[in-house]
Design a protein. Structure first.
Length: 355
């Protein structure tokens, strides 16, 4: 829910909207408590109710139409903001959100962030505002700079859940985020390749949601460091096979490259093609591992060793968290959703001379 105050200040400019969180701060309570007071929920103590009502009067808070719809239960809708609907991880998260929302009799809308790199700040902000105006709650898939920017642009008083990369450090409890443990997944895959006898593992990275080191990259680095293995410079790929193919051609020319971890299975597909074109056998000369366990990974030749992340379950968890916020039936708490599973197939094996 949210509120507004359309009055003018002494300079003739419109005053900043008064939000439910402003009321909560003034009253010294959570914004969920303010919501319960506004909706006349019986669980609020009399003294707390009086303090909240006094803050509402002092600040001039008024609920807008979105807040009224949420309070009455008439708005049973969520909007998902994402910059992509086709890549496996994004699409699977969307699938999980839709499945869970349908089961709860909610409708799902999709807002596409046209600026995937987040550079067009105005366009991202405009899409966030359009989604906010639609009412209901928001789920932001923040796997890229545009998603991160959109998550940060959501009004503070609008219910929102972020589907994010593994955070570098534990987020605050008021950050309703969910994530799969990318760092642990990359760590497991790298450890598997090292355990086969490879001296090191080269890495082809997907774009990060920020311009810092991604969780997948840090998991790979951690495994190499613990093993005392050399840490090659990671190659930056894209999201698709073409980026993997370009990176694979660079790596194929180096005879010291015997193991490659790819940031997703599509990159691995391109790497495998490049190695095939340059006459390097998989896994006889080079082992290749992917990431995500996309449906095609089991049917490549050779079948792809990868790490499985439950993106569909992640989407279901994101909706469940938002539903709890909207229905005031669950606390807000950031949390990882699933433990990654290493799936060993034909594309990984010992390095040359170690069979």
């Amino acid at each position: 829910m949210t509120g507004h105050n359309p009055g003018m200040n002494v300079t003739g400019h419109t005053r900043r909207s008064v939000s439910i969180r402003d009321v909560a701060t003034a009253a010294g309570v959570s914004y969920q408590t303010v919501s319960r007071v506004i909706n006349d929920h019986p669980s609020v103590k009399t003294s707390t109710r009086e303090r909240v009502l006094a803050a509402i009067d002092e600040l001039g808070f008024r609920r807008n139409s979105t807040a009224l719809a949420l309070a009455s239960g008439r708005s049973r809708a969520v909007t998902v903001l994402t910059s992509n609907t086709t890549h496996y991880g994004y699409a699977s998260v969307l699938q999980g959100i839709e499945e869970a929302a349908r089961a709860a009799s909610y409708t799902v809308g999709i807002g596409v962030l046209e600026s995937a790199d987040g550079a067009d700040e105005a366009a991202v902000a405009a899409q966030v505002q359009r989604s906010a105006d639609a009412g209901g709650g928001l789920i932001v898939i923040a796997y890229d700079p545009a998603g991160v920017r959109a998550l940060g642009a959501v009004p503070a008083d609008l219910p929102v859940v972020g589907v994010v990369e593994t955070p570098a450090s534990p987020p605050r409890d008021d950050r309703p985020w969910v994530w799969a443990d990318d760092r642990e997944a990359a760590y497991k895959a790298t450890r598997h390749l090292l355990s086969l006898g490879h001296k090191t593992v080269h890495y082809v990275a997907i774009p990060s949601s920020t311009r810092r080191t991604s969780a997948r990259t840090s998991g790979w680095q951690q495994a190499l460091k613990e093993a005392g293995a050399p840490q090659p410079r990671p190659l930056q790929g894209s999201w698709g096979p073409a980026g993997g193919h370009a990176a694979g051609l660079k790596l194929a020319g180096n005879p010291d490259v015997t193991a490659i971890l790819c940031g997703n299975d599509d990159l691995a597909l391109g790497v495998i093609r490049a190695l095939h074109e340059t006459g390097r056998a998989i896994p006889g000369d080079v082992s290749v591992a992917g990431f995500d366990d996309a449906p095609h990974s089991a049917y490549l030749t050779p079948s792809l060793t990868t790490v499985r992340l439950d993106f569909t379950g992640l989407g279901r968890s994101a909706f469940a968290l938002l539903h709890g916020v909207l229905e005031e039936s669950a606390p807000i708490a950031p949390h990882p959703v699933s433990v990654p599973e290493l799936v060993v197939r034909e594309s990984s094996g010992p390095p040359p001379g170690r069979e």
